[in-house]
Design a protein around this ligand. Structure first.
Ligand code: S3P
Length: 167
């Protein structure tokens, strides 16, 4: 299949850029977090609070499997999805993966005041991001077919770069 899958840390711009790219390429856009919230009829925060993170991870994997049956899309996935090994062959099968990379400082600036992400609640935001990033960075790099640095770039610049990779 030839989906384009955007991966990266929370706040990397996966949803915003995915939506824009889908318009440019005239392809449908799917955000796995949004799909989960729609199907569950509640927020990710509520799912984490009631059933915990591992249950949410099983919902993410189910979404990937469903996408296997659909038409080609631009897909944005939650920041933790590529961390689960079970998802690696599914991502490979689905298409080409682009890692949207951003520095801890940029992410902290973008995520300041966000209360929808359970893994970043409480404590020092920048420290939390740095710790999680340390665990995840190598995995993002390993899973991705392409990487785009987004620090100091406008949305338009990133879109042009994505198009040059996938066209
Ligand atoms: C998570 C990222 C979130 C969401 C959930 C867990 C993570 O998605 O799936 O809060 O583990 O990084 P975004 O990356 O779209 O914020």
């Amino acid at each position: 299949m030839a989906n384009i899958i955007l991966i990266g840390f929370m706040g990397a711009g996966k949803t915003t850029l995915g939506l824009r790219l889908s318009r440019e390429c005239n392809l449908p856009f799917v955000d796995t977090d949004q799909r989960i919230e729609e199907e569950q009829q509640r927020s990710i925060r509520a799912i984490f609070a009631k059933e915990g993170e591992m249950y949410f991870r099983t919902l993410e994997t189910k979404q990937l499997k469903k996408l296997m049956q659909g038409p080609d899309c631009i897909i944005s996935v939650g920041g933790g999805l590529p961390v689960q090994k079970v998802n690696h062959p599914l991502l490979k099968q689905l298409g080409n993966t682009i890692y949207l990379k951003a520095s801890v400082k940029t992410l902290a600036r973008r995520l300041q005041g966000s209360n929808s992400r359970p893994l970043l609640q409480g404590g020092n935001l920048e420290e939390k991001i740095a710790k999680l990033m340390e665990e995840r960075e190598a995995i993002y790099e390993q899973v991705a077919d392409y990487r785009i640095e987004t620090d100091d770039k406008t949305i338009e610049e990133v879109i042009v770069q994505m198009q040059s990779l996938i066209c």
